[in-house]
Design a protein around this ligand. Structure first.
Ligand SMILES: NC(=O)c1ccc[n+]([C@@H]2O[C@H](COP(=O)([O-])OP(=O)(O)OC[C@H]3O[C@@H](n4cnc5c(N)ncnc54)[C@H](O)[C@@H]3O)[C@@H](O)[C@H]2O)c1
Length: 512
């Protein structure tokens, strides 16, 4: 659905209004406390003592985003490593865009020049003692998350790895167990766990303001159909080929194409569900109380690339292995779900990701019986009210405010007959927020420095290995459901790290 700019503004004001109402005491305390926003929201403190000494492994697109967002008071980048000389250089000088400014712009020339550079993760690990390294941030292609992280764990380093946690669930379990054995922290970069915007949205959902939630729709639609243009198909720089020509296979890549265009191949990537869907399934499961899903089914296909007569010649000749569109349906348990006594208390989540149209921006829409919450591109949240016999009109033109429900059941949305936002809505503190990268790195460093191995609910890492493994199970089991064309029931033992059972070898999933 497309909203006019005026309707969007009303939706944002409504969201701010609702947050200001339901978190009034919290926001007042936050405003007077004077610490960073992330620390206040997520319950950690400013770091006492020296910043954690960190090495970055993988300084491509995402590594450079994390470098740009890294919190200097918490994290001291002492080394970087990348196989590709061009990306090592870009980590220093930047990519010529705001999201990836490079170490010189971020830290100044002097400090940046002291950061040691390595041609691979192995040489960085070898130098760990002279570097005084405590932790690594890993942003390499998916298939290498587990092998690289395992080597780092065995060298005694704490890990913050990019998502998806690993290429399969067996690897996820091995990583959690190794981190336990080595007494090291393992964090995974599903940044929505550290997004203040999502935290506020989740708070509204938890307060019951949206009523009963039976349906969430998530999508990430892109248009890569124009000739010669494709965000996942990149040119291979000659300088990188020259540097790696005899040794790229040593690092787990069949050739340079698999290193540079790793997202397109099954041996190196995990397709649209791993790259895009995992974030959004993560968001939906947060909205639904972090419960594990019950079942998944879906359709995935290569219906655009490599199809005779469809698209331009370069698209018809494209040899990628991954599906170019996926449509997945997940069933989540509602608050009162019971497999025997109340099996129909289900909330359905649908997810789609396509390559041939971007009419809708990426995001998630939560359809409640009293209101609709729209999360747009991780940056905006909008709230609209359903029309109701007792509290009046609804829809995209309706301003609203929050009241204590007349039946004493908590909070409710009420209609608001004015053209201007309320004072609370226009002064809400939730604008201009980061997507969570900075906060995720701050909290990781804080946990390292304070040796905090607690569970997320007790103030530990919000996306630790176990939490991230659940996200990987959702994304990778969705892939299996599409591959084997069946509705798959999730098994509790898959989510248990101390149990060997995993979906990728389960006979109920892959057949006998
Ligand atoms: N959290 C998010 O929103 C988000 C967004 C984009 C990407 N990611 C994740 O970040 C990771 C990296 O993605 P990207 O877009 O930066 O890919 P990329 O291809 O741009 O960068 C990966 C880099 O890792 C390097 N590399 C590979 N193996 C290495 C090794 N053994 N030692 C050192 N360097 C090595 C490559 O040379 C390359 O420069 C992926 O797991 C991806 O899913 C997360």
């Amino acid at each position: 659905m497309h909203l006019t700019p005026e309707e969007e503004q009303i939706g944002k004001d409504n969201f701010n209004e609702a947050v200001s109402f339901s978190r009034r005491d919290f926001l007042k305390t936050s405003a007077s406390a004077g610490a960073g926003m992330g620390a206040l929201y997520f319950g950690y403190k400013e770091l006492e003592g020296e910043p954690v000494r960190v090495g970055f492994i993988g300084t491509g697109d995402e590594g450079s985003v994390l470098i740009t967002q890294h919190p200097e008071k918490y994290m001291d980048i002492v080394a970087i490593a990348d196989l590709r000389p061009t990306n090592l250089k870009k980590a220093i000088i930047g990519h010529n865009n705001e999201a990836r400014v490079g170490l010189i712009n971020k830290l100044g020339k002097d400090k940046a020049s002291k950061i040691k550079q390595f041609p691979d993760h192995k040489s960085l690990i070898k130098a760990k003692d002279e570097l005084g390294l405590e932790a690594v941030v890993i942003a390499v292609p998916l298939s290498q998350h587990a092998p690289v992280a395992m080597e780092c764990l065995k060298a005694g380093l704490h890990i913050l790895s990019e998502k998806l946690m690993a290429h399969n669930i067996t690897e996820c379990k091995e990583l959690v167990l190794e981190a336990r054995k080595q007494k090291r922290l393992y964090a995974v970069g599903h940044q929505r766990h550290y997004s203040v915007l999502y935290d506020n949205a989740n708070h509204l959902v938890e307060s019951g303001l949206l009523g009963d939630i039976r349906f969430i729709r998530a999508q990430w639609h892109r248009n890569n159909s124009f000739p010669g243009r494709d965000s996942w198909l990149k040119k291979i720089p000659a300088e990188d080929t020259e540097a790696l020509k005899d040794k790229v296979t040593e690092y787990g890549y069949d050739d340079m194409d698999h290193l540079v265009n790793w997202r397109l191949y099954n041996s190196t990537g995990g397709g649209l569900m791993a790259e895009l869907g995992s974030h959004q399934m993560d968001a939906c499961s947060i909205f639904l109380g972090k419960k594990h899903p019950i079942a998944v089914q879906g359709y995935g296909g290569r219906n655009f690339y490599g199809v005779k007569g469809v698209g331009s010649k370069d698209k018809q000749d494209d040899k990628r292995e991954i599906d170019d569109q996926v449509f997945v349906t997940l069933e989540f348990p509602g608050q009162h779900y019971d497999a025997k006594d109340n099996p129909r208390d289900i909330c359905v989540v649908t997810y789609s990701s396509i390559n041939t149209n971007r009419w809708e921006p990426y995001g998630e829409t939560v359809f409640g019986s009293r209101g609709t919450l729209i999360m747009k591109t991780e940056k905006e949240a909008m709230l609209f009210k359903e029309a109701s016999p007792s509290t009046g009109g609804g829809g995209p033109e309706q301003r609203l405010h929050v009241i204590n429900a007349s039946d004493g059941s908590g909070v409710a949305l009420d209609a608001y007959e004015t053209t201007a936002p309320s004072a609370q809505a226009s002064t809400a503190v939730i604008e201009k927020l980061s997507r969570g990268y900075t906060e995720e790195m701050e909290h990781f460093c804080h946990c390292v420095r304070t040796e905090n191995f607690k569970k997320p609910e007790d103030g530990g890492l919000r996306c630790n290995g176990e939490v991230a493994m659940a996200d990987a199970i959702m994304a990778l089991t969705a892939n299996l459901a599409m591959k084997h064309q069946k509705r798959i029931l999730f098994k509790p033992e898959w989510f248990d790290v101390d149990n060997d059972a995993v979906p990728e070898t389960d006979p109920d999933v892959i057949g006998k």
